[in-house]
Design a protein around this ligand. Structure first.
Ligand SMILES: [Zn+2]
Length: 308
């Protein structure tokens, strides 16, 4: 066997179909088979593989504005959110998730997060089958039809996955969307991107550049803060939640685009991937946690405008 034959033989081994064990190693740890509706892996069974899902300090929660503490010194600084980013969006079977291509990501800091620096990881959404439900959090038991989650990891921990090992690893900023008669054209690029990824594992670039300002309300100073968990497996209790009070407008027709996404689950009726027409988790009790507001909720008439 000459040298070239040896090289060829070695290449053949390297490029051979990977064995089952090799395949399981290359699947990212966060890509898993849990579902919202499935039998055995649905929402009520998450705890079997992910025991933390039965924890004491879970998310989402209802925020009762009569019971919140007030802290006017609490501020969030959004840095780099005005820039335009090349963004991609994918259907991961649980939601539609947006990430940015640029190596310099937007960051979040400020007294609300003890002036630690958190790096943007991804934005995803939760919605429901009709306009009365869909958000995971609620204000005085009022739900919104759509809730966006901007997930950040603490810069010091270097990556999202490494940050999962620390109690202050993640910050999630929550944005509510409220139904309005008119379409919100600032959401057009996002909606067009979602229309390109109807099936599980579909991935596409957002047309043009993505501007975070398009999906954020004008007032980012009024928010609620509490300590909780990821609302999906592994339900780790490492999340500082910052829930922005002012909702963003969206039309019912625009929300409908989200409901046409397909889940990572085959429908027993059709034999095809089922519609992902709802992907919110049931709320958990506060269990003596406190919610803090950055603004005077009860004496502020604006609060009534925030509540749908
Ligand atoms: Zn979420």
């Amino acid at each position: 066997m000459n040298f070239l034959t040896l090289v060829y033989a070695a290449l053949k081994v390297l490029t051979a179909t990977p064995s089952e064990s090799t395949i399981s190693k290359v699947i990212p740890p966060h890509e898993s088979t849990w579902t919202y509706d499935g039998k055995g892996n649905g929402i009520n069974d998450w705890y079997q593989l992910y025991p933390k899902c039965k924890g004491q300090f879970q998310s989402p929660i209802n925020i009762d504005t009569r019971l919140v503490d007030y802290n006017s010194s609490m501020k969030i600084d959004f840095i780099g959110f005005q820039k335009l980013y090349q963004a991609f969006i994918e259907n991961n079977g649980h939601t539609v998730q947006l990430g940015v291509e640029e190596s310099t990501k937007p960051v979040l800091t400020g007294s609300a997060v003890d002036n630690k620096i958190y790096v943007f990881a991804q934005l995803h959404f939760h919605w429901g089958t009709d306009s009365l439900l869909g958000s995971e959090h609620s204000i005085n038991s009022t739900f919104y039809p759509l809730e966006g989650h901007l997930a950040f990891y603490r810069k010091e921990y270097e990556s999202f996955d490494k940050a999962l090992n620390y109690s202050d690893g993640l910050v999630v900023v929550s944005i509510f969307f409220k139904h309005a008669d008119e379409e919100n054209h600032a959401l057009d690029r996002l909606i067009k991107g979602i229309q390109k990824i109807p099936r599980y594992r579909d991935k596409s670039l957002i047309p043009g550049f993505f501007n975070f300002s398009d999906i954020l309300p004008s007032n980012l100073n009024n928010f609620y803060k509490y300590s909780g968990s990821l609302t999906t497996p592994p339900c780790l209790e490492i999340v500082t939640w910052l829930i922005i009070a002012e909702p963003v407008n969206i039309s019912e027709g625009q929300t409908e685009i989200f409901r046409h996404e397909r889940a990572n689950m085959i429908s027993s009726k059709t034999g095809e991937y089922a519609y992902l027409n709802h992907n919110y988790r049931e709320q958990s009790p506060l269990n003596h946690r406190r919610v803090t507001a950055s603004f005077m909720v009860n004496s502020n008439t604006d609060q009534n405008e925030y509540i749908a």
